[in-house]
Design a protein around this ligand. Structure first.
Ligand code: PMV
Length: 338
């Protein structure tokens, strides 16, 4: 049997950084994101009786397909997820997987979000656990167990919360509003499409070495509450202020961890300053947020798209932009990769 799924990336408005349990991958704080339509992973999986080991081939944006071995930290997580789902399914057969990303990976564009959610969905379906994919809360838990918290949020479309239930040792995604709720855009501004130097899994483990981490955590409940309200009321000024505060707060933790991690570069800083200037001088409402990489996500309403893209392209360091609308979450398609 062969199954193919498409899964989107998402942009975190309120970030997940730091865990309360590194084995169960429970986050320290809830996070909120928008699922985006232009950064997609397509994954085909097939169970083959005659395979003596799992085969995983990945094609990153602009590169040739490569076979993955289980040495690096992220691919270790990948092979562990295959083994876990196979065991849960009480099956023995090996699986062949091919995966394609249509955007630069590992550069703070949440490549792990789309790829781990796609992988988990394809595995659940191909190993006969379709009902765990259909039950989105359960699906999101299954995704969480591969270690990528951002991937948990890609299970749903639109605006999504990754919520922690500390009493029950549980965390899962829930949808706040669907993809038709608000014409927001996430314009990804690529200043460096290369692979990031420090993985986010490493960063999560360092987060509580920052002397400011507990201060960040103490602010989160209020920020989450206000963000939900701003999304519900489609209040961009309110939402944008919260988004920028949270991005900078997370990067402050990164930069003050021991050892520190610096994801921003000069171009990231220049774009942030330009965005603030456009708001102050021209009343052009857009807001910045950055994940674990130097590329900047610009959040604005669809009506301002052309003006903002034009201005971004005039900045020398900008290599290209990807305009994303809110999207539906992980889904099955009929066109297979092999
Ligand atoms: O999903 P992970 O474990 O790679 O962590 C993602 C962390 C950030 O992208 C920086 C923030 C977020 O909430 O997406």
């Amino acid at each position: 049997m062969k199954t193919t799924v498409v899964s989107p990336a998402n942009i975190a408005f309120i970030k997940y950084w730091g865990r309360s349990d590194h084995k169960l991958f429970l986050p320290r704080n809830n996070s909120i994101s928008m699922t985006i339509d232009g950064c997609l992973t397509t994954t085909t999986a097939e169970i083959l009786d005659d395979l003596d080991k799992d085969i995983v081939e990945v094609q990153y944006y602009g590169r040739k397909p490569v076979k993955i071995d289980s040495k690096s930290r992220k691919s270790k997580a990948l092979f562990e997820q295959i083994a876990r789902i196979r065991k849960d399914s009480k099956r023995k057969e090996k699986v062949k997987i091919e995966s394609v990303n249509n955007f630069p990976s590992d550069a703070g564009i949440a490549a792990s979000a789309s790829s781990f959610s796609a992988l988990t969905a394809a595995l659940l379906v191909v190993y006969g656990q379709h009902e765990k994919f259909e039950n989105k809360r359960e699906f999101s838990r299954q995704v969480r167990l591969c270690g990528s918290g951002s991937a948990v949020r890609s299970c749903y479309g639109g605006f999504v919360e990754f919520a922690l239930n500390i009493k029950k040792n549980d965390a899962y995604a829930r949808q706040l509003s669907d993809e038709n709720h608000w014409d927001l855009l996430d314009i990804v501004v690529v200043v460096d499409p290369g692979k990031k130097k420090y993985s986010s899994s490493h960063g999560h483990e360092l987060a509580d070495t920052s002397p400011y981490f507990e201060t960040r955590i103490s602010e989160m409940n209020k920020r989450i509450r206000e963000t939900k309200k701003a999304i519900k009321n489609k209040d961009l000024e309110k939402l944008g202020t919260l988004i920028e505060q949270d991005s900078t707060s997370m990067h402050a933790i990164m930069m003050t961890s021991k050892p520190p991690i610096y994801y921003w570069n000069g171009a990231s800083m220049k774009i942030m300053q330009e965005i603030i200037r456009w708001r102050e001088e021209d009343n052009l409402l857009s807001y910045f947020t950055l994940d674990a990489g130097p590329n900047v996500h610009v959040i604005c309403e669809a009506k301002d798209k052309n003006k903002i893209v034009r201005r971004l392209k005039r900045i020398e360091e900008v290599q290209f932009t990807i305009v994303n609308k809110p999207s539906e979450g992980t889904r099955i398609i009929n066109k297979h990769l092999f």
